[in-house]
Each structure stands twice: as C-alpha cells, then as structure tokens.
Design a protein around this ligand. Sequence first.
Ligand SMILES: Cc1cc2nc3c(=O)[nH]c(=O)nc-3n(C[C@H](O)[C@H](O)[C@H](O)COP(=O)(O)O)c2cc1C
Length: 127
Amino acid sequence: MSVIEGAVRDLLEKTEFLTIVTEGPDGPHVVGNWGEYLRRMGFDGDRLVFPAGYYRKTEENLRRNARVQVLAASRAVDGSHGPGQGCLLHGTASILSEGGLVDRAKAAFPWARGVLVIDVDRVELQL
Ligand SMILES: Cc1cc2nc3c(=O)[nH]c(=O)nc-3n(C[C@H](O)[C@H](O)[C@H](O)COP(=O)(O)O)c2cc1C
C-alpha cells in the first residue's frame, strides 16, 4: 500500500521547498530542494526524485547510512488546527549518476550530475 496519498500527496504538490536530512559522522546534515523541482521530476508511487547538482556530503553520508528524513510543509494545505500542514517523510535514499532518471534530470536541469532518489516508507503529519 502506498504511503504517499491524501494530505501527504497534497503537500508534495504544494510545498515550496523540502529539507532532507542525512546522518553524518559528526551529526545530522541538512540540505534542501525545491518543491517545483520535485514536481518536474515527478513522484511516482512512494519514490521522490530530485536533481542532484552537488549533494557531495549527502552522498558520502548515504553510503554509510541510507536512512533519510524529509520535511515538507505548506500553508495552502489544511492541518487539524486550520491552514497549514507539514509532513515528515522517512525513507532510504541514494544518488544515481546514470540511467533513465538521470537522463531525464539532465534534460530538465543541464547542471544536474545525477538524481537523489528517496523511497519513502513512513510518513507523519505534524499539524
Ligand atoms: C531551496 C533549496 C533548493 C536546493 N536545490 C538543490 C538542487 O536541486 N540540487 C542540489 O544539488 N542542491 C540543491 N540545493 C543546495 C543543497 O541544499 C546543498 O547545499 C548542496 O547540494 C550541497 O550539498 P552537500 O552539503 O550534501 O554537499 C538547494 C538548497 C535549497 C535551500
């Protein structure tokens, strides 16, 4: 069963940006991406795909520990207290440097060196 559905899907369709957290040897490492870039690459089932231009430290961290947490939020999605919802997505990630997804990323974002692929396995709405 898909975990990206309902309010979570709505958030990914509206969020302006996302934060992506990996675990490094010295603690958490936080990077960002644009909601619009995610929507241009598409999210298929429970898989999120982002263009990777840099993400060198993120890639190093993922080689040691593939677990990631992603935060997305939008005031345009209602939470249980009114306007505004946010969601923490848990999953495993890797950076791919070849293949069909990478060809698509490079066509849309000529600066991309690859893609960051995140397979989401659990979601938690926050508001
Ligand atoms: C809103 C936002 C969008 C970003 N979009 C991208 C992106 O599409 N691709 C990318 O490689 N880095 C993007 N960055 C930069 C990353 O957060 C990060 O600083 C950079 O990739 C270096 O990653 P590293 O510390 O893992 O080496 C974005 C940052 C922000 C704040």
